[in-house]
Design a protein around this ligand. Structure first.
Ligand SMILES: *[C@@H]1O[C@H](CO)[C@@H](O)[C@H](O)[C@H]1NC(C)=O
Ligand SMILES: *[C@@H]1O[C@H](CO)[C@@H](O)[C@H](O)[C@H]1NC(C)=O
Ligand SMILES: *[C@@H]1O[C@H](CO)[C@@H](O)[C@H](O)[C@H]1NC(C)=O
Length: 209
């Protein structure tokens, strides 16, 4: 091999490939578009923004090893919304309880945005020390009382809070001795009727360079 050819392969080919992949959106997953930089496999998107296409359903994998369904993606705002984990039937346990709720891998470019109202269900008194709204008018009361999925959580202590920038943006925690279930609503406004609530956990990503 000539030196020139070797240099071409070592330097130019990777540069050319990285330019191609910059606009290389992945194919649809089921009927869901997978916009750049999200990546369902090594051949498309940007591998730091890994998501999973499982049986035609686009999913996000947490640092705790739990898959969350992706409900919507807004690539120009660098945001996506994942589904809160289902509450196991006739209990008050979130299905990601084993991994202590949502945990994002801090080495990845995703965090929890500041648009989520988190409702914590079946809490112990320990939780009252933190800055939460656990009053009888908290949104979580309405949720427990009116939504079948949360019926197993009725008549226990519940609280809500807005996930703001003063809190860690890499987790929503449930655990034994704290709260055992949660849900989240994006952009919840005071007084918004229950049937207008937009259930989800909005995540944000740092755009690739
Ligand atoms: C509520 O949480 C406690 C632990 O804090 C647990 O023992 C109990 O089973 C939970 N209740 C329900 C209905 O799941
Ligand atoms: C708690 O939240 C409710 C809305 O769910 C609100 O009406 C009430 O004023 C809040 N209470 C406190 C102490 O912030
Ligand atoms: C999440 O990441 C974005 C993009 O880097 C950043 O602007 C934002 O401040 C972060 N949010 C929080 C709550 O840390």
């Amino acid at each position: 091999m000539t030196t020139l050819l070797r240099m071409f392969l070592m330097f130019l080919v990777p540069i050319l490939l990285s330019h191609v992949s910059a606009d290389n959106a992945c194919p649809k997953c089921g009927s869901t578009e997978v916009p750049y930089p999200l990546s369902t496999d090594g051949s498309c998107g940007n591998s730091r923004y890994r998501v999973y296409c499982n049986n035609g359903v686009l999913e996000f994998l947490s640092g705790g090893g739990f898959y969350y369904k992706i409900l919507s993606i807004n690539p120009s705002a660098y945001k996506l919304v994942i589904s809160p984990p289902p509450i196991k039937k006739d209990t008050c346990y979130s299905s990601d309880f084993a991994s202590e709720g949502l945990k994002l891998d801090e080495s990845l470019p995703f965090n929890v945005s500041t648009h989520n109202t988190v409702m914590l269900l079946n809490c112990t008194d320990n939780i009252l020390r933190s800055p939460l709204n656990c009053s009888s008018s908290s949104f979580c009361r309405l949720y427990e009382e009116e939504v079948e999925e949360a019926s197993g959580c009725r008549n226990t202590l519940c609280c809500h809070y807005l996930k703001d920038s003063a809190m860690t943006s890499h987790m929503i925690r449930v655990r034994a001795g704290g709260c055992s279930a949660y849900t989240s609503v994006v952009d919840l406004k005071l007084g918004a009727p229950l049937d207008s609530w937009n259930y989800g956990i909005e995540l944000q990503w740092v755009p690739p360079n």
